[in-house]
Design a protein around this ligand. Structure first.
Ligand SMILES: O=C(O)c1ccccc1NCC(=O)[C@H](O)[C@H](O)COP(=O)(O)O
Length: 264
């Protein structure tokens, strides 16, 4: 059983628990449910910014605890003040020490798109994402069939949300493309083995149709890599660990953005 299998198995239990605790009617009454979502595509194609998706991630299955202390509101506001285009908030509790509350706290103090970073396998989680103030959901090709990807993507778009499809090889990419996604993220981390290889993003760049915003995800720590990825068409860069493993993630993010700008 891979870590992804374990996460998805736990997710199925968690969804049943959450449906019993908070039925859909209650999600729909949330203060955030009817708000208009910020556009993911617009945020990432704004040429005044570098296209950073800055992640709030306390812990990961591959690295353990990254940052137990950072304050979510302060850190995410710091990311945005530093020039991040989008925020990514881990909401998975068991494997990443994330929470829906963290996303709500980030929503209250920021006016940029927020990605609910979780393992979405059920429409209920998309309604939950909308109810906590997220604008974007992630659909991971490795845990969904092509039919599930289409129906979940269409459901999210029907709520006005954006969809980021995540792939990590050519086969996943080719069988997952549909009109129900807005952006395609290439994950440089193999979720089964934890191996990271930035070459994955370079290898898949030309295979991603131009109508989708290209996003490179994971293991990004060198400002020059962002420039190199921009040169092959990437417009979004998802970074968590590089910032969160430091004492002041927002300050590290600021320095990173300045370095990328100085190379541009
Ligand atoms: O980060 C992990 O160890 C991990 C393990 C299993 C499934 C997903 C995992 N991470 C989720 C992500 O995709 C990353 O949080 C995101 O791309 C940022 O990556 P990084 O900059 O390397 O923290």
């Amino acid at each position: 059983m891979t870590i992804l299998d374990k996460i998805v198995a736990r997710k199925r239990e968690e969804i049943l628990e959450n449906k019993a605790k908070t039925p859909i009617e209650l999600l729909e009454k949330s203060e955030f449910f009817d708000r208009e979502c910020y556009s993911f595509k617009e945020a990432l194609t704004n040429t005044e910014k570098i296209g950073l998706i800055a992640e709030f991630k306390r812990k990961s299955p591959s690295k353990g605890i990254l940052n137990a202390d950072a304050d979510v509101a302060e850190t995410t506001k710091g990311y945005v003040d530093a020039g991040a285009s989008v925020l990514s908030i881990l909401t998975d509790v068991d494997f990443f020490n994330g929470s829906n509350e963290n996303l709500i706290k980030a929503r209250r103090v920021n006016e940029v798109p927020i990605l609910r970073k979780d393992f979405i396998i059920d429409e209920y989680q998309i309604l939950e994402a909308k109810s906590i103030g997220a604008d974007v959901i992630l659909l991971i090709s490795a845990c969904l069939s092509p039919e599930e990807l289409k129906s979940l993507g269409a459901f999210a778009q029907s709520l006005g949300m954006s969809v980021l499809l995540e792939v990590h090889d050519k086969q996943e990419l080719l069988c997952s493309i549909s009109p129900y996604i807005d952006a395609i993220g290439v994950n440089n981390r193999n979720l089964a083995t934890f191996n990271v290889d930035i070459q994955t993003s370079f290898d898949l760049a030309d295979l991603i149709p131009d109508e989708f915003v290209k996003v490179s995800e994971s293991a990004l720590s060198n400002p020059q890599t962002i420039i190199d990825l921009k040169n092959v068409g990437y417009r979004g860069f998802l970074i968590g660990e590089t910032f969160m493993k430091t004492v002041n993630p927002a300050e590290t993010c600021k320095g990173f953005i300045e370095s990328v700008k100085s190379l541009s």
